[in-house]
Design a protein. Structure first.
Length: 140
């Protein structure tokens, strides 16, 4: 199934959301979330991150992808027991915009990243494509 959930934003700014796909993998319900956080301030992004993880932790496993609009996701104090596919290694927002690793794939601790990388897709997006091959190691 799929649903969209609203994220908190500063009044008068663009609404932000998370798209949530619930998937049954051999009897384990996992959730795949994609989002794009606000540009305005660390406190707003931190609250948005808390909302995403609050929702994600209801499932056996989760994958969260998106543009977090911060070059170092350690800004989010809610990060614990997660696996990061980028972790600052891939500068997904091109040099013409300031070279930044603002895109990330965040996985709960039951996942393992076996391979990751970045592809330039400048004709399709103002970001480079962050990708990862992942393996699921269990669940609850």
């Amino acid at each position: 199934s799929f649903e969209t959930k609203l994220l908190d934003v500063t009044p008068g700014t663009e609404q932000r959301v998370m798209g949530c796909a619930k998937i049954d993998v051999n009897g384990c319900e996992i959730v795949f979330i994609s989002t794009h956080f606000s540009l305005d301030g660390g406190k707003v992004r931190a609250r948005q991150f808390e909302q995403v993880l609050e929702y994600a932790k209801q499932f056996d496993g989760y994958v969260v992808t998106g543009d977090f609009n911060v070059g170092n996701v350690s800004e989010f104090t809610a990060l614990e027991d997660v696996v990061l596919a980028n972790n600052g290694n891939y500068l997904t927002f091109p040099a013409t915009r300031g070279d930044s690793a603002i895109d990330e794939i965040i996985l709960d601790y039951d996942w393992k990243v076996t391979k990751s990388g970045m592809d330039n897709v400048e004709k399709l997006s103002d970001h480079s494509l962050l990708w990862a091959e992942i393996n699921y190691n269990g669940g609850k």
